[in-house]
Design a protein around this ligand. Sequence first.
Ligand SMILES: N[C@@H]1[C@@H](O)[C@H](O)[C@@H](COP(=O)(O)O)O[C@@H]1O
Length: 373
Amino acid sequence: MTIAERIKAIQRESSSDAPGDPERFRRVALTKTEMMSQPDAIRATLDANSKPLAKIAADLASRRIRRVVMIGCGDSWISGYGVRRAMERALGAICEPYEAFDFDCYGTEMCDDETVVIGLSSSGKTEPVIDGMKKAAARGAYTIGLSNTLGSPLMEEFPGALHIRATRGGWPTQSSTASMALKLALAAAIARAKGDQPEFVKELEAGLVALPEQVDAVAQAYFTPAQDLARKLARADLVLLCGAGGAYAPAAFGAAKLKELAPVHAISFPLEEYHHYRTQKAGDPLFVIAPDAQSHQRALETTIMSRGCEGFCIALVPEDETDITEIADLTWHLPKVSDAFAPILYSIPLHLFGYHAAVERDALGLGAPRLGG
Ligand SMILES: N[C@@H]1[C@@H](O)[C@H](O)[C@@H](COP(=O)(O)O)O[C@@H]1O
């Protein structure tokens, strides 16, 4: 295909950013169904994987693990940030989320038989994920594929295969949260087989049992608040989102949903980075995701800065938080959960906001923002 032909093909894509585009709204509607049934997808995924998890845990029980790499593209990459710390705590190994193309091009040389590579792709056929996994396997790494799609290369070509019982007819919601839950279950299964971190393993296992109900409660509680906020911010062309550690994952998922569904510009970044540029301009909405004690003070300072530059700050914090609550323009309080589960739970209201932003912009006849009006 020539470059001119490729540009024409892009412009003919079935889903477009044009106001009211029916194909985009078909996917918006599917996203709504999928985002509201995340508890079922998480439950089904965990229920269906006890055997394959046991097989992988047995394969790895007596193998030294020095490094775990979690690769993927888009949400499938971002999900790694949400579970990194729990994986490190469970396995006592360095764990890094690695964008799959970067890993394939630059990251495989350091792989060896003490490396575990976890590749995630909903479709199961995203090429950089498959290619990176193959290169890592050739260097002796143990490779595990996670996918929604049975029979896909990711499920067939590697020693570990875990089937995510989630759909992705719309844009990714349940495929990401179910896969994060599955990665936590994987960390627990491997640590249990090795006899490592018994207390933390128990915490993860109990947390996974409680998770679907907690996700459901948050989805029900925030459906209308997310709609109200989306109505208020329907004309915003740019949304900023930040969070530290695992909370970077909800920030990045939130940005992805706004870009995919709404469709507006959205930028996510680690919390601290807000302070290293003149990030927020007057009127810019900023989501600050601050579920834990470690990032609380910096999140508070970020909220104060947002006030100072006349931005509009929406804070996502635990239910008993008061300092940020007092200063933020709007606060969403979420149930208290351990650090391992907060990245999943805090993603839910941001999925909802992305969905409602699409609907509310459409009600105003708006599609993507266009330079010059
Ligand atoms: N627009 C989609 C993203 O929403 C998705 O997260 C990514 C990864 O897809 P997969 O998980 O199938 O590899 O691919 C596309 O770019």
